[in-house]
Ligand binder design. Structure first.
Ligand SMILES: Nc1ncnc2c1ncn2[C@@H]1O[C@H](COP(=O)(O)OP(=O)(O)O)[C@@H](O)[C@H]1O
Ligand SMILES: [Mg+2]
Length: 253
């Protein structure tokens, strides 16, 4: 497919106990495209992201980034995965050292490494926290540190697993503005459908390990019957407020 950055064909994962966690997932993400990944708990969103980044091995199918197969267990700096639990991702004594880890894996050292770390911390607005121990960060700061830790590798695709979970309104808004200003392609798994609507022109809905809808965000998120079938609700900003208008007795349609 022209312009395809990430491509999967018939990606499936069956666990040893026979559970079919992913079932024939085929998707393409273009350069710079932002895609929301929605679906009920247990639908397979996190597992799909782990397979896409080669953290776990699918039992069938393939993943390609820029046409090259993504080998499970390999180092894939083209993709940056921000885990749902920041504590699963941060492991160095300080913020700066944590961010430096990825850049060092790319072969950077000395002044170039320092510059890359500073630029990544600046990008997410936490340069002042560089020397802070990671366990002395708030939840929102941890999420930003994780983001800096993947941005330092200049990935072309960001995978974000529930990025707004546990963020207060101010940090959520900051994150939306930050992500909205990036030109990387993104796959963003979230139950925060308003965030998905703001950031992602395209949405993929998965249930029971299968893609059940893939298309324009407003069309999928606004389809009440489809959403209800898969345990979702149409987000508030896509519902009509006719009742409020009636209440004022001035409805003119
Ligand atoms: N490490 C694991 N071992 C066994 N089953 C798992 C593991 N992680 C997730 N699962 C199961 O895989 C399915 C998909 O989970 P997950 O990808 O986490 O869904 P989602 O992110 O959409 O909530 C669920 O049935 C879940 O219970
Ligand atoms: Mg999940």
């Amino acid at each position: 497919m022209t312009g395809s950055l990430l491509q999967t064909r018939n990606l499936s994962l069956t666990r040893a106990n026979g559970d079919k966690v992913l079932q024939g997932v085929s998707l393409d993400i273009a350069q710079g495209e932002r895609v929301g990944l929605i679906g009920p708990n247990g639908a397979g969103k996190t597992t799909l992201m782990l397979c896409l980044t080669g953290v776990i091995r699918a039992t069938a199918g393939e993943v390609r980034l820029d046409g090259a197969p993504v080998a499970p267990g390999g180092f894939h700096p083209g993709m940056g995965f921000v885990f749902q639990q920041a504590d699963d991702q941060l492991f160095s004594p300080t913020v700066a050292e944590d961010v430096a880890f990825g850049a060092r894996n790319l072969g950077l050292s000395g002044a170039a490494l320092d510059a890359a770390v500073t630029a990544a911390l600046d990008r997410v607005g936490i340069a002042a926290l560089a020397d802070r121990p990671v366990h002395h960060l708030s939840g929102g700061e941890k999420r930003l540190a994780c983001l800096a830790g993947v941005l330092v590798m200049s990935p072309r695709l960001l995978l974000l697993d529930e990025p707004s979970a546990a963020l207060d309104l101010r940090n959520r808004r900051r994150l939306i503005e930050l992500l909205g200003g990036m030109d990387q392609a993104m796959l963003l798994a979230s139950h925060d459908l308003e965030l998905v609507l703001e950031l992602c022109p395209r949405v993929i809905l998965i249930d029971d390990g299968r893609i059940v809808a893939d298309g324009v965000a407003e069309a999928i998120l606004g389809d009440a019957a489809l959403m209800a079938r898969h345990g979702q609700e149409v987000p508030h900003s896509l519902t009509h407020h006719a009742k409020v208008a009636h209440g004022h007795g001035r409805l003119v349609v």
